[in-house]
Write a protein that binds this ligand. Structure first.
Ligand code: NI
Length: 187
């Protein structure tokens, strides 16, 4: 397995709309998935999407097991691969919760998202799935899914908060960012 560099805010690949892959004609898909998990865990993240490792493919991985507690035992086995995902339904009240992102290091801000989603996708064995998620799982899925559409969580924060983080973001665009994992900046 290989740790891939994580692309940082300001890199244009993070703003591209990712495309479905043809899983029957994608040699190295399993290796890519393994590398994405390795990269995500090395950076202590719980989700990682294709564009964050410089790809324009509609793939993301999640592993919520580090967050498992007695209160949230369902996270323990939550290791998932989403290929060619489509969110087909979003409902429930908007809930605000602090988020962060491996591509936007050092910034944590509240983002409002729907409490329930329905998503269809192929899993790591290319089996079609159609599932409903709520709560924190729905939040992380929506965050990763946004990456596939070139959307970052900081696009969704309040104008006031956006002003507060503007200089940090400007520094990231210039490549002035410190991280304890491997990164790639725009400059
Ligand atoms: Ni992210």
């Amino acid at each position: 397995m290989m740790i891939l560099p994580i692309y940082i805010y300001g890199h244009p690949v993070l703003r591209k709309v990712a495309q479905d892959i043809d899983p029957s004609n994608y040699p190295g898909l399993n290796e890519l998935i393994d590398n994405m998990f390795e990269t995500m865990r090395n950076a202590e993240g719980v989700g990682l999407a294709g564009p964050q490792v410089g790809l324009e493919e509609r793939v993301f991985v999640m592993d919520l097991s580090p967050l498992a507690t007695e209160e949230y035992p369902e996270f323990k086995d939550f290791t998932k691969v989403f290929i060619n995902a489509r969110i087909t339904e979003r409902k429930g009240e908007l809930e605000a919760m602090e988020e962060g992102c491996l591509s936007v290091p050092g910034i944590h801000e509240k983002v409002s998202r729907e409490g329930e989603i329905r998503i269809s996708y192929l899993d790591e064995n290319l089996i079609p799935r159609d599932e409903v998620y709520t709560g924190y799982m729905a939040r992380v899925i929506q965050h990763e899914y946004d990456h596939l559409d070139g959307i970052l969580f900081i696009d969704k924060i309040s104008p006031l908060r956006k002003r507060m983080v503007r200089s940090k973001l400007a520094n990231m665009e210039k490549g002035k960012v410190a991280c304890d994992y491997k990164i790639r900046t725009a400059r």
